[in-house]
Design a protein around this ligand. Sequence first.
Ligand SMILES: [Zn+2]
Ligand SMILES: [Zn+2]
Length: 173
Amino acid sequence: MKILIADIPDEGLIVDLEEELTPDEGSVTAPVISHLELMKTGTAVMISGTLSTKTALECSRCLQPFSRTLEIPVSVVYHPSEEVTAEGQPAKHALNTDEMDMGFYQDGELDLRELLSEQIMLDSEMKPLCSDLCKGICPHCGTDLNKGSCTCSKDTVDPRLEVLKKFFEKRKE
Ligand SMILES: [Zn+2]
Ligand SMILES: [Zn+2]
């Protein structure tokens, strides 16, 4: 959904939006439902609200696919890209928006779909885990240790304990 900046009234605009994103706009598996409040301050547009969706991930420990419900708070200020200086900063720094993400709109038009996919990208984890307690896979035989144990896991020693083991072996000599 695209919003013309000129269409945002002075008292602000509330947008309830449901957007279907394509897989390359974030690995979402459900429509993105959002509630956004748009407020103009000069040429800048402040957008706050929430978005929720479901995302398909792969656990970085056990490599199993899993899905997670995302609830992301949105807090971003958009400046017209025409006002951007060579340093990539908006020319005017009148707003105290340090806490907010920054985006740019072009030709007096704001693409909310793009905003939503950006927020989902920013929120995506580098190393997602299916569970904090995920045991991962055995580095030796590849068994998923959440589903069962393997025989080799009993013989492997924590590298930190390996040092102690060697120490005690020496003392026995
Ligand atoms: Zn896992
Ligand atoms: Zn194993």
